[in-house]
Design a binder for this molecule. Structure first.
Ligand SMILES: *Cc1c(COP(=O)(O)O)cnc(C)c1O
Length: 226
């Protein structure tokens, strides 16, 4: 079931790439496996899937202890400072950095482990009160500040678009994030590459791809409802 679902999503990713004149390789499909059992992850590993998304530090720890094969574990959840030590060294990319305090904690842990940590800065793109992520106005300052931390590299931006009836409603938000990515890239900050745009989930990943997503985070369409 999970395998079939994944193939169906993969097909839709391909079609969205084709529609927007992009190469399939430009987009990483991240299978968001949060709350889902390791057996399901193994099913996908069997067909060659390597990118998985988790949003709880504890769950990331237990899953990486059970699955020792090298995979790309993406940390996409709200990260508390006291959980940073569990994520640094385990996640290939932390998608959800939205404060300097958190970035500094990651820096501390990265220095201790002598590693470089790739991160995305999470933007509260629709300015929703309930959402994590930094506001559009504050993001430029935050990126500058993070670029001064020697053990972090900024790979781009991430956003969670609001739940909507039609995915088209989120197109302006995706477009705005793409615009911000371009502006920040223009600054030419140290340790800042701005090549990645993590946006699009089950309800809107095709529109996100059309607007320039390089990573889509799909849970429900692959693993079923949580
Ligand atoms: C759960 C989650 C997803 C996946 O959501 P679906 O709608 O199930 O595809 C994507 N991004 C983040 C940050 C999440 O927490």
């Amino acid at each position: 079931m999970v395998t079939e679902n994944y193939r169906e999503v993969e097909k839709r990713v391909c079609e969205a790439c084709a529609r927007s004149g992009r190469a399939r390789e430009e987009v990483t499909l991240i299978a968001v496996s949060k709350y889902k059992p390791v057996e399901m992850i193994r099913e996908l590993m069997a067909i060659g899937v390597r990118d998985f998304g988790e949003n709880h530090a504890q769950e990331l720890v237990s899953k990486t202890e059970e699955i020792t094969e090298p995979l790309n574990w993406h940390f996409i959840g709200n990260l508390q400072r006291n959980k940073v030590k569990y994520v640094v060294g385990r996640a290939c990319l932390i998608h959800s950095v939205s404060s300097l305090a958190l970035a500094k904690e990651i820096q501390k842990e990265a220095a201790k482990k002598n590693v470089t940590v790739p991160v995305l800065v999470e933007v509260n793109i629709a300015d929703e009160e309930t959402k994590q992520g930094i506001s559009e106005e504050e993001v430029y300052t935050l990126v500058r500040e993070i670029s001064e931390l020697p053990n972090l590299v900024i790979r781009g931006l991430m956003a969670i678009a609001p739940p909507v009836e039609s995915p088209e409603e989120n197109r302006p938000y995706f477009r705005k994030l793409k615009q911000m990515q371009k502006e920040i890239a223009f600054f030419g900050l140290p340790r800042t590459e701005m090549t990645e745009l993590s946006m699009g989930m089950t309800g809107d990943f095709e529109v996100a791809i059309e607007e320039g997503a390089t990573m889509v985070r799909v849970g429900t369409a692959i693993f079923g409802a949580r």
